[in-house]
Every structure is written in structure tokens, then in C-alpha cells.
Design a protein around this ligand. Structure first.
Ligand code: SF4
Ligand code: SF4
Length: 204
């Protein structure tokens, strides 16, 4: 009887370590069509962040299907995924891989696994604060908030800001960076949406 599967060329997984219901948990957390993956690898081929990942998106999808949770939660892939949707738009099976990645992040946190990328939560929280304030991204404030969350040491903060400065100048030179925030109307609705999300998470 088959009692093991090969995930990578060098890695054999015992079936007793698999949770075949895990894929349903991922779907319930927002990972639409996760069960439809047929491992073609198109997602990995088009992923701009794959070079930083310890498992490719295709391998993560395979692990989701097999329910190899521990490896997924400990991998850096779910944390470095940029949520760019490139994989989702190319997947021939309609798997919403970027939502699968987001679902895996939230399940990992729920299960007490810390983010593999320490800057991740600082980035997400800073991004959400800026969006709540303006309804749009305002990069100078985003970078300031992000770096302030990562360190309270003034020297380290100055170093981090100086490191980002050349990219900021280049963006400004190309007209990609504004110096005052662009605000949408009815920003109070964003606060209500975020508050409802917070309540839903607390009840989950
Ligand atoms: S592109 Fe879709 S079907 Fe192909 S490996 Fe990725 S998730 Fe699976
Ligand atoms: S959403 Fe994530 S996994 Fe998909 S292509 Fe973008 S970075 Fe890669």
C-alpha cells in the first residue's frame, strides 16, 4: 500500500504526516479553488518573487493538497508572496493562488507560527494604517511608519531611511512619487470596513 509521496526530488513525505482535510480549511479561509490545482507550475514560472522563496508556489499548492501543514507554516514563501496576482491570472485551473497565500498566512498565525519574515507584520500594519488614513498608498509615510515599527533606535532608523532614499529619489524623478497624500472621499467607510474585518477575525 502507498504510504509515502515524493514532494521534491529529494524529499519524501509520509502519508501519516498529511492532513487531507487541510485544503478545505484553506478554501474556507479564502483560498478559492485550491482543490483544483493539477501542479502544472505556471504559477511558479510567472512569480516575480520565486527567487526568494524556499518552496515555489506550485510546491506550496501541492503541500496544501496533501495537508503538509508544518512545512507550509515554517516556509518563507507565504510571507514573501507580494500578493501581485500574477499567478492567479495565469492559472489554467482558476486557482486563486494569491488568496491561498493570504489564507495560509492567517491560518499560520492562528496556529501560533511566527512570520518567517520579521518585517512582514510591520509592513502589513503600516500599509493598512496609510490606507485607512487616505484610501490610497502614500509611499513616504508608508516607509516612515514601516521603519519606525521595525526599530526605535534612532541610528538604525536613520540608516534604514537613508537606504531607501535613492529609490525614493528615483521614483520621484520618474513622477512615481507624490509629496502630499492623495485622499479619496468618504474615508470613514474604510474605517467601518476595517472594524468589521477585525470583528469577524475576533469571532473566527
Ligand atoms: S498554475 Fe494553477 S494549476 Fe498550475 S500549479 Fe499553479 S495553482 Fe496549480
Ligand atoms: S501573488 Fe505571490 S505567489 Fe503569486 S505571483 Fe505574486 S508573489 Fe508570486
Amino acid at each position: 500500500m502507498l504510504n509515502q509521496v515524493r514532494l521534491l526530488e529529494t524529499e519524501v513525505i509520509r502519508l501519516k504526516d498529511c492532513d487531507l482535510n487541510f485544503v478545505n480549511e484553506v478554501i474556507e479561509a479564502g483560498g478559492k479553488n485550491a482543490q483544483l490545482c493539477f501542479s502544472c507550475g505556471t504559477c511558479s514560472g510567472g512569480c516575480p518573487a520565486v527567487y526568494t522563496m524556499d518552496y515555489t508556489p506550485r510546491q506550496i499548492m501541492r503541500m496544501v493538497e496533501l495537508g503538509i501543514k508544518d512545512k507550509i507554516f515554517k516556509s518563507n514563501t507565504i510571507w514573501v508572496c507580494a500578493g501581485c496576482h500574477s499567478c492567479t491570472t495565469r492559472c489554467p485551473r482558476g486557482v486563486e493562488i494569491s488568496k491561498v497565500m493570504a489564507a495560509l498566512k492567517s491560518i499560520a498565525l492562528r496556529n501560533g507560527y511566527p512570520p518567517r519574515e520579521p518585517g512582514g507584520p510591520a509592513w502589513y500594519n503600516s500599509f493598512m494604517e496609510v490606507i485607512r488614513n487616505y484610501g490610497r498608498v502614500f509611499e513616504p509615510e508608508l516607509m516612515l511608519k514601516y521603519n519606525l515599527k521595525k526599530t526605535k533606535n534612532p541610528i538604525e532608523l536613520a540608516k534604514a531611511l537613508l537606504k531607501d532614499a535613492p529609490m525614493g529619489l528615483e521614483m520621484f524623478r520618474k513622477g512615481k512619487l507624490i509629496l502630499l497624500p492623495d485622499k479619496i472621499k468618504h474615508r470613514e467607510h474604510l474605517k467601518i470596513i476595517q472594524e468589521n474585518i477585525r470583528k469577524m477575525r475576533a469571532e473566527a
